[in-house]
Ligand binder design. Structure first.
Ligand code: SAM
Length: 341
């Protein structure tokens, strides 16, 4: 990768993650915004008319100081509403990563609601809450066919995930599949609180509709900021579920600090972070850092064959801070079940 591009990507990732970016960040060597556009590094595509118009405007080869912050703001806002949010979970719902993540999440919530005391459930990246496995998106990838449609029979009424699947199918049809917010809503009680963030406009609208009547608070907001704002929550016992789509590669580097800052404020919270196990190993450094920062954290992974040729995900992982007692055994059981499919 050329040096200019490397600098651009580093600075741009910082801007996307919300950090303040100075004009001087591009200084050595000087990287102009027009150069970036002309080099195809940030060509925003037809879905970003604002950004395209902005960058094709003017002959200035270097942003003037007075314009620079505005340019960054436009880039950030546009990316938040389109580039960054091009991920849609409908294509992946019910895949083996979901089975791993949702079976363990259901187990955690069943464990925590076994005691009378109320709990808080907060989710930073919620998705739309309910999926149709016979939708075009799901059929296009075939991920659910290789996932819950194969593994479902392993989860009967003796497992909270199996119970939720049965309840959701009874209400919404045999091909309905619950996302994590719906799993939480099914397992929480009247005394518990449920707070959900989702940034994508369509996913947010669908989520709000699906969660109607559950008592959930649903916000179209950056989930990291929401969690920072409400932790420690009331009630204080509870779970923070973090399930990013990792479209922004800086997620891998920012998550350890994010988790540490939440834990400093909320030392009793159960923090669950999902990550994809990738051939490229992008997750390794992040997981190692979190486990080094929090020696009581536990890390559970499972492996499965790539769902199609060229697919980079070969497994699913969770890092859990303050795991409930017995979670390692349950994770080993789910891992064995997935590997035996
Ligand atoms: C992997 S999906 C969530 C799936 C869901 N947790 C489940 O298991 O059913 C990630 C979601 O996060 C949303 N998203 C991406 N960045 C976000 C952010 N900073 N804050 C809130 N939501 C975000 C995406 O639009 C996407 O719907």
């Amino acid at each position: 990768m050329c040096r200019e591009r490397e600098i651009f990507l580093r600075v741009y990732a910082k801007a996307l993650a919300g950090a303040s970016v100075q004009r001087s960040s591009f200084a050595k060597p000087r990287v102009s915004f027009l150069h970036m556009v002309h080099s195809g590094w940030i060509f925003p595509g037809p879905r970003c008319p604002t950004l395209r118009a902005h960058f094709s405007f003017g002959q200035v080869m270097q942003p003037r100081a007075s314009q620079f912050q505005k340019w960054i703001d436009v880039a950030r806002a546009t990316c938040q509403s389109s580039h960054m949010l091009s991920y849609q979970h409908s294509y992946h719902a019910g895949n083996l990563a979901d089975v791993h993540k949702h079976a363990l999440l259901a187990w955690v919530l069943a464990y925590m609601t076994a005691k009378d005391k109320p709990i808080s459930y907060i989710e930073t990246h919620s998705g739309r809450g309910l999926y149709a496995l016979d939708a075009i998106e799901a059929q296009k990838t075939g991920e659910a066919a290789a996932g819950i449609l194969r593994a479902g029979s392993a989860f009967g009424p003796d497992h909270p995930y199996g119970r939720v699947l049965a309840q959701v199918r009874a209400h919404h049809g045999d091909m309905a599949y619950p996302g994590s917010p719906m799993i939480a809503a099914q397992l929480l009680r009247a005394q518990d609180s449920l707070t959900l963030a989702e940034l994508h406009p369509q996913e947010y609208d669908a989520l709000r509709q699906v969660m109607g009547g559950t008592g959930a608070t649903v916000q179209r907001r950056d989930g990291f900021k929401l969690a920072q704002a409400i932790c420690p929550p009331t009630p204080r016992r509870g779970v923070l579920m973090i399930d990013p789509s990792y479209e922004v590669k800086s997620d891998y580097t920012d998550l350890p600090d994010f988790i540490t800052s939440i834990r400093r404020k909320w030392n009793v919270g159960v923090i669950v972070l999902w990550y994809p196990v990738l051939n490229a190993g992008l997750h390794r450094q992040m997981v190692a850092q979190i486990c080094a920062d929090h020696p009581d954290a536990e890390n559970y992974e499972t492996a499965f064959p790539p769902v199609r040729e060229g697919h980079r995900m070969t497994g699913s992982g969770l890092v859990v801070i303050n795991p409930p007692w017995g979670m390692a055994q349950e994770a080993a059981r789910i891992d064995a079940l997935i590997r035996a499919l």
